[in-house]
Design a protein around this ligand. Sequence first.
Ligand SMILES: NC(=O)c1ccc[n+]([C@@H]2O[C@H](COP(=O)([O-])OP(=O)(O)OC[C@H]3O[C@@H](n4cnc5c(N)ncnc54)[C@H](O)[C@@H]3O)[C@@H](O)[C@H]2O)c1
Length: 326
Amino acid sequence: MNLLVTGAAGFIGSRYVAALLASDARDAPRITVLDKLTYAGTLDNLQLDHPRLKFVQGDIRDADLVGKLTAEADQVVHFAAESHVDRSILTASDFVLTNVVGTQVLLDAALRHGVSTFVHVSTDEVYGSIESGSATEEYPLDPSSPYSASKASSDLLALAYHRTHGLDVRVTRCSNNYGPHQFPEKVIPLFVTNLLDGKKVPLYGEGLNVRDWLYVDDHCAGVELVRTKGRPGEVYNIGGGTELTNKELTGLLLEACGAGWDRVEYVEDRKGHDLRYSVDWTKARDELGYRPRHDFTTGLAETIAWYRDNRAWWEPLKRRVAEERA
Ligand SMILES: NC(=O)c1ccc[n+]([C@@H]2O[C@H](COP(=O)([O-])OP(=O)(O)OC[C@H]3O[C@@H](n4cnc5c(N)ncnc54)[C@H](O)[C@@H]3O)[C@@H](O)[C@H]2O)c1
């Protein structure tokens, strides 16, 4: 079986591919990774010498390349995206081009070449802010940021390819991920690496925004369950991590890094900052047997230890971001 995985030089896709490559099952898929290597992608995230892995650098909007790769693929798992909300507030065009147009190019190619299953990886942010309770898959889409609006658009396109053309599309919507290999401008790696460097951490507003934190490998296990056991045309929420305000999260990170609140710099709140996300993942649990396996305290400690031990991975990436902003 040939699996085309987009965006797997980034955080979540690379962990997903690593898990599949670690399997010695007889039916373990051969994997082609298509990734543009934007600022967020790095080859250091991939085991390039693995015999079941092929890497292709390219853009998901390149219809010729995507056509060639989908013709060779039995299934597609689509992670590639512009994924940073703050960047989408500064400039939204890459978000529309990659997340919306790129997804449409992939869906077209999947349809043309008879791909048997297309997993579209999306986010809980498409439901918008939820003050109480949790969003089921039927909850209306109400995205706030250009990032979440572009993801909601691509979800609807993916589902439309199922309804209109009968393409076997499955959509996942997951809560906030954390773990090793996350690009160091997202909040947990940014705060940890700043603290390791003796710097301050920027906390938005009063730090009262709530996020559900899920260990990245639990998300990847959920995506794999959807690929192998999910139903065509269905959406599956993936969550069940730990709900924390940003202030609570900051307190845990300060404590783990042996730093005090004097290292926190309160900064102007993000524009349109959603107060809380929360997904109801009963469907994935009951239908697919999905269940998060990683306890937050252990997962966070392992994540911090990974950043402490892998400066060679994140220092060049942080330097690149600093140069880009200078
Ligand atoms: N990070 C989270 O907490 C989270 C939560 C839920 C869902 N998601 C979704 O999971 C997916 C992966 O997120 P991530 O955090 O790993 O993102 P990431 O930013 O770490 O990685 C994205 C990858 O996509 C690649 N890419 C970007 N534009 C491309 C293009 N035009 N063509 C080919 N490749 C391109 C980048 O080079 C990078 O390797 C995204 O679709 C995101 O919306 C993320």
